[in-house]
Write a protein that binds this ligand. Structure first.
Ligand SMILES: Cc1ncc(COP(=O)(O)O)c(C=O)c1O
Length: 401
C-alpha cells in the first residue's frame, strides 16, 4: 500500500456518501427516489436558453484559452454590479475573485486562513464542507446552535460562548442548507457585532440568495457597515447550472483589513490557473440577460415547499419547521426507541421504501442528529410518492412498537 495522508481519508460528505448504497440497491432492481442532492437539473429545471447560447457562442468565437486567474474582467464587473443591485453590497470588480464553484472558494479560503488548532465557528447544522475542509487544514470546526424552536435562527449567545482565542472565523449560511432558514437582520447584526468585538473574520455563504419563499434575504455585507465580510456565491442554484462549476468570493472591506487575505487567495487562484473560460463568458450573460427564470423557479419551488412541509407534519413521528428559502426541508424524527440513530433511519428507509434522503448527523453530529434532509426539487407527483412511502415506512415501524 502506498502512503496516504490521513487528512484526505478522513474527508466525509454525507450528501454523496449515501449514494453508494442506493446505487447498489438499484443494480439489484430496486426503484430509488433520489431526494439527497441539491441539483435542480436532475428534475424539471434547466438553465435559460440564452445562457446555453452564450456558452456555445463563446466556444465558437474562440474563448477557449486560459483566462485571468481572478476571472475575466467583464464577469467580475457583472458580479459586483449584481451584488450592489440585488444584495445592496457595496463592492467593486477588484473585490471579486471568480472560482470553480463555491466549493473551490471554500477550499481556498480555509487554505488561506486555517492553521492547525484554529477554530472555525460554523452553523449547526451546516453544509458539510465547512466541517470537512476545516479539518482538512488541521483546524477544529465548532458548530454553533441554530434554534429549531426559533425557525433555525442562529443562537447568538451560543456563538458568543464558543468564541475562544483560537477562533479565526464565523461562517454564516443564509439562506441555510440544510434547514432553509433565512436569517433575521437583527440576528445578523448581532453576529457581526460579536465578530467585530473579537476581531474574527465573517464568511457569508449566500448561494441561495434569490430562492426565498417568505420574508426577505438580507446580505451580511449590506448591513455590515465597517465590519469586513467575505462573501461566497455562485451560479449553481439560482442560475441552474451546478455542473458548470462557477462561483465567486468577494471581499467587502471598507477599512482594508482583508488586503493580506485577498493577496493570499489571489496567489492560490494563480496556482490553479483559472475558472472555466466559456462558462465565465456565459455567466456574464446570465447576470446581464433576462432574469425571468428566477421568479418561475421560486413559484414552482414554493408550491413544492408547501406540499412537502404540510405532508411531513401530517406524518406521525415527524415534525418540520417551514423552510423559508433554498430547496431543503430538515424534519425531526420524533419517534424514540425504533432507530439507534438518524443514519439507521435513513439506511432502513432506503432499503425498505426506496427513498434516499440524507441523515441529519451528516450536517453536524450535535445539532443535526435525529433529523434528515429532504430536497423538494422534484415535481409534486414524485414528492407525493416519496412522502407516502416515508409515511408507510414509519407507520409500519410504530405499529410494531
Ligand atoms: C450552502 C452551499 N454552499 C455551497 C454549495 C456548493 O456550491 P458550488 O456548486 O458553487 O460549489 C452548496 C451546494 O449544495 C451549498 O448548499
Amino acid at each position: 500500500m502506498v502512503k496516504v495522508a490521513p487528512r484526505a481519508l478522513g474527508i466525509e460528505y454525507a450528501i454523496r456518501d449515501v449514494v453508494v448504497k442506493a446505487k447498489d440497491l438499484e443494480r439489484r432492481g430496486k426503484k430509488i427516489i433520489y431526494l439527497n442532492i441539491g441539483d435542480p437539473c436532475k428534475f424539471d429545471f434547466q438553465p435559460p436558453r440564452h445562457m446555453i447560447d452564450a456558452l456555445y457562442k463563446a466556444a465558437i468565437e474562440g474563448y477557449n484559452g486560459y483566462t485571468d486567474s481572478l476571472g475575466i474582467p467583464d464577469l467580475r464587473e457583472a458580479i459586483a454590479e449584481k451584488e450592489r443591485k440585488v444584495n445592496g453590497v457595496k463592492i467593486e470588480p477588484d473585490d471579486v475573485i471568480v472560482t470553480s464553484g463555491i466549493s473551490e472558494a471554500i477550499f481556498m479560503l480555509m487554505g488561506a486562513v486555517v492553521e492547525p488548532g484554529d477554530e472555525v465557528l460554523v452553523p449547526g447544522p451546516t453544509y458539510p464542507p465547512y466541517i470537512s475542509l476545516v479539518k482538512y487544514f488541521g483546524g477544529i470546526p465548532v458548530t454553533y446552535h441554530c434554534d429549531e424552536d426559533n425557525e433555525w435562527q442562529p443562537d447568538v449567545s451560543d456563538i458568543e460562548k464558543k468564541i475562544t482565542e483560537r477562533t479565526v472565523m464565523i461562517v454564516i449560511i443564509n439562506p441555510n442548507n440544510p434547514t432553509g432558514a433565512v436569517y433575521d437582520q437583527k440576528i445578523l447584526r448581532e453576529i457581526l457585532d460579536l465578530a467585530a468585538e473579537h476581531d474574527i473574520i465573517v464568511v457569508s455563504d449566500e448561494i441561495y440568495d434569490r430562492i426565498i419563499f417568505d420574508g426577505k434575504h438580507v446580505s451580511a455585507a449590506s448591513v455590515a457597515k465597517d465590519v469586513p465580510i467575505i462573501g461566497l456565491n455562485g451560479f449553481s442554484k439560482v442560475y441552474l447550472v451546478p455542473g458548470w462549476r462557477l462561483g465567486y468570493i468577494y471581499f467587502y472591506d471598507p477599512e482594508g483589513r482583508l488586503e493580506r487575505l485577498k493577496e493570499a487567495i489571489t496567489k492560490e487562484a494563480r496556482v490553479r490557473i483559472c475558472a472555466n473560460s466559456i462558462v465565465q463568458m456565459a455567466a456574464v450573460q446570465a447576470l446581464r440577460g433576462p432574469q425571468d427564470h428566477i421568479a418561475e423557479m421560486v413559484r414552482k419551488l414554493r408550491e413544492r415547499r408547501d406540499f412537502v412541509w404540510r405532508r411531513l407534519n401530517e406524518i406521525d413521528g415527524l415534525s418540520c419547521v417551514k423552510p423559508k428559502g433554498a430547496f431543503y426541508a430538515f424534519p425531526k424524527i420524533e419517534v424514540k426507541g425504533i432507530w439507534r440513530s438518524d443514519k439507521d433511519f435513513v439506511f432502513e428507509l432506503l432499503e425498505e421504501a426506496g427513498v434516499l434522503v440524507v441523515f441529519g448527523s451528516g450536517f453536524d453530529p450535535i445539532y443535526g442528529k435525529d433529523h434528515f434532509r429532504i430536497v423538494f426539487l422534484p415535481p409534486i407527483e414524485i414528492l407525493k410518492e416519496a412522502l407516502s412511502k416515508i409515511e408507510a415506512f414509519i407507520e409500519k415501524k410504530i405499529s410494531k412498537l
